[in-house]
Design a protein around this ligand. Sequence first.
Ligand code: NAP
Length: 212
Amino acid sequence: MSSFVVVGGTGRTGSRIAERLTAAGHDVVVSSREPAGAEAVRLDLAAPDPAVFAGADGIVISVEPPKDAADAEAVMHHGVAAIAAVAAREDVPVVLVSQIYVTRAAEHPEMAARIEARARGEQTLRDSGAQYTIVRPSWLHDLATGGVRIEQGDTGEGRISRDAVAAAAVAALFDPSASGKTFELYDDQESPEPDWSTVFAALSPDPESADL
Ligand SMILES: NC(=O)c1ccc[n+]([C@@H]2O[C@H](COP(=O)([O-])OP(=O)(O)OC[C@H]3O[C@@H](n4cnc5c(N)ncnc54)[C@H](OP(=O)(O)O)[C@@H]3O)[C@@H](O)[C@H]2O)c1
């Protein structure tokens, strides 16, 4: 049994991640800005307390960015950077649920500031020395999972079930072959249900430059 912190574990994807970890027999700490229940702890990613992660065997971040640009920068860049530093120091894996469009913010001017903050957070995580995986969902939905298409390079469009994102995030937490990799997820009825270890092994490692 291991112990994991899910930042954003009250959210629709984060709660699915927490449920999968709990079902697999692990201890799970869910963090929230307004925690409720014995397993929940208070944490605002704008000013994360490193003590929350003491003793954790892994960390998942699945946090919705604030709309305000400065707040998004504080949460999605500097907050992610702080957790990346903890993960690097403690040598534990961290999985970041991000989004598609990270390299093409100009296509979505209404979200550009949030996306750019995310991009800086992603790159800081890559540069941190932590074991990391970055999962970039396309537009999320709550319908059943079917086939999943996995891409790299952030060129696609589409939708993906939160269940599939949770499955990918949890699998990545336990699979060293997912470390140092960034990928996008899309529903695709033509594709099989993923065997995640095979998927991760086939992905290209992230290059040591930005703009993935
Ligand atoms: N909606 C889409 O189509 C889409 C597409 C691609 C990617 N994504 C991304 O995928 C991830 C999961 O999305 P979702 O729709 O499942 O999320 P969600 O249900 O909206 O949950 C968001 C979570 O973020 C947490 N949160 C918000 N601000 C926080 C802060 N400052 N510090 C700590 N936690 C904070 C919330 O926790 P508390 O309120 O309890 O603090 C909540 O648990 C998010 O990163 C989202 O942006 C979404």
